[in-house]
Design a binder for this molecule. Structure first.
Ligand SMILES: Cc1ncc(COP(=O)(O)O)c(C=O)c1O
Ligand SMILES: N[C@@H](CCCC[NH3+])C(=O)O
Length: 401
């Protein structure tokens, strides 16, 4: 049992708390599911890019999937070996490509023909050969929230099968490109296995057709996307996930890469916020707390559900309320229409499953400094990011005054 009150007293609120032991369990579960085949788990840094958290994953043997040079730098700083780092993303700048090539990471994952031309040109300038993978868009509906669906042709990600094949042939004929990987990622918070299996089948068929023309793909990257329980969702078991992928890989000797973000860190995280006031507007009850949409955006952005509880109080005799923050937006809420007990000033509210896409999507709207982050490991709590101050926020502007 986590003693949330003690943590809130010690570090203040709003506050992010991550249970690193839970991350270890998630990592081991997935690693075990892939046992028996060559595999690399490349944690999707975008889900939670705290350096101490990445460093914890590095200590478990994890690689990193990055979508900006900043994330690549974080991964390297946190101790992820360079040959376990992948750089994806639809819009890499020249300077990002150059730095990634100089860093000698495992793969640049390419998402368009135009990008491949840039990478070839920059590799030529550096006198290097770029190890690349190509992100295939298999046009499969992942059956998730439209904002986090990425594997349909209407989404901006990847290239269609024909284009991918053309790119592989071209890359294979280039002195500066080494096409050794293939990639797909159809969306996030996936709770159904079939779309993943179908996509893997399509992409594996492409790998077999490439093999027939002597283009040898060594890394089969299935992206991330494994969903977690926020409310009462049925999720995909890692074992079934791995078996579904294995079943598509007949005749192929590849290292499977998978890039879980949410699965690895989502349920390890808690967002702690204190009650400021309660009020009732014409029968509508609001619990106003010191955390807001700038700290945890998912409810406002996706209408995402996060379980909330008032620490030490039983909800059974409660009534319906919205939990809202102090930001000047009607869309600033953490939870809507939840049965919650009567609260007092300074009661502590815990928002669950806040480890993924929580702090990383926070901002300073309304000149609100971002929360501190704390890790729990082996029964000990450690500060892993200091709370921002007003001075931190205005530092860059003050330099221009
Ligand atoms: C290419 C890629 N890999 C991995 C991920 C991680 O996704 P998730 O957090 O759903 O596992 C994403 C985000 O959706 C992504 O775009
Ligand atoms: N930000 C999203 C996930 C995006 C996944 C990245 N491609 C969320 O909070 O659910």
């Amino acid at each position: 049992m986590i003693d949330f009150n003690t943590l809130a007293d010690k570090y203040g609120t709003p506050l992010y708390v991550y249970d690193f032991d839970h991350i270890t369990q998630q990592y081991e579960k997935l690693k075990k599911a892939f046992a028996g085949r060559k595999s690399l788990i490349s944690y999707a840094v975008k889900a939670n890019s705290n350096l101490s958290l990445i460093s914890h994953l590095a200590s478990l043997g994890s690689g990193a999937d990055c979508v900006s040079i900043g994330e690549v730098r974080r991964a390297l700083m946190a101790g992820i070996p360079k040959y376990q780092i992948i750089f994806s993303g639809v819009g890499k700048r020249d300077d990002e490509i150059e730095e990634a090539l100089k860093s000698d990471i495992l793969l640049l994952n390419l998402e368009s023909e135009a990008e491949m031309e840039r990478v070839e040109e920059i590799s030529k300038k550096l006198g290097k050969q770029a190890r690349i993978s190509i992100r295939v868009n298999p046009n499969i509906d992942p059956k998730t929230h439209p904002y986090i669906s990425t594997g349909l042709h209407e989404n901006k990600f990847g290239v269609d099968l024909e284009t991918a094949k053309r790119m592989y042939i071209r890359a294979n004929n280039s002195d500066y490109l080494d096409p050794i990987g293939i990639h797909f990622h159809i969306g996030s918070q996936l709770t159904e296995l079939e779309p993943i299996k179908e996509s893997a089948q399509i992409v594996a068929d492409l790998v077999r057709s490439l093999k027939a023309i002597k283009i040898d793909i060594k890394f089969f990257d299935v992206g991330g996307g494994l969903g977690i329980v926020y409310d009462n969702e049925t999720t995909i078991e890692p074992y079934d996930y791995a078996q579904a992928i294995f079943s598509t890989l007949y005749g192929l000797d590849v290292t499977i890469i998978c890039e879980p973000g949410r699965f690895m860190v989502g349920n390890c995280g808690y967002f702690l916020t204190k009650v400021l006031y309660e009020k009732v507007n014409e029968g509508k009850r609001f619990i106003i707390v010191d955390g807001a949409m700038n700290d945890l955006l998912r409810p406002s952005l996706y209408n995402a559900y996060h379980k909330v509880e008032v620490v030490g109080k039983d909800s059974s005799d409660g009534s319906e309320a919205d939990v809202v923050g102090p930001v000047c937006e009607s869309g600033d809420f953490l939870a809507k229409k939840r049965v919650l007990p009567k609260t007092e000033h300074n009661d502590l509210i815990v928002v669950h499953s806040a480890g993924a896409y929580g702090f990383v999507m926070s901002g300073n709207y309304n000149t609100r400094p971002r929360p501190a982050e704390v890790a729990l490991k082996d029964g000990k709590d450690t500060l892993i990011r200091v709370r921002e101050t007003f001075e931190d926020l205005i530092k860059l502007e003050k330099m221009c005054l």
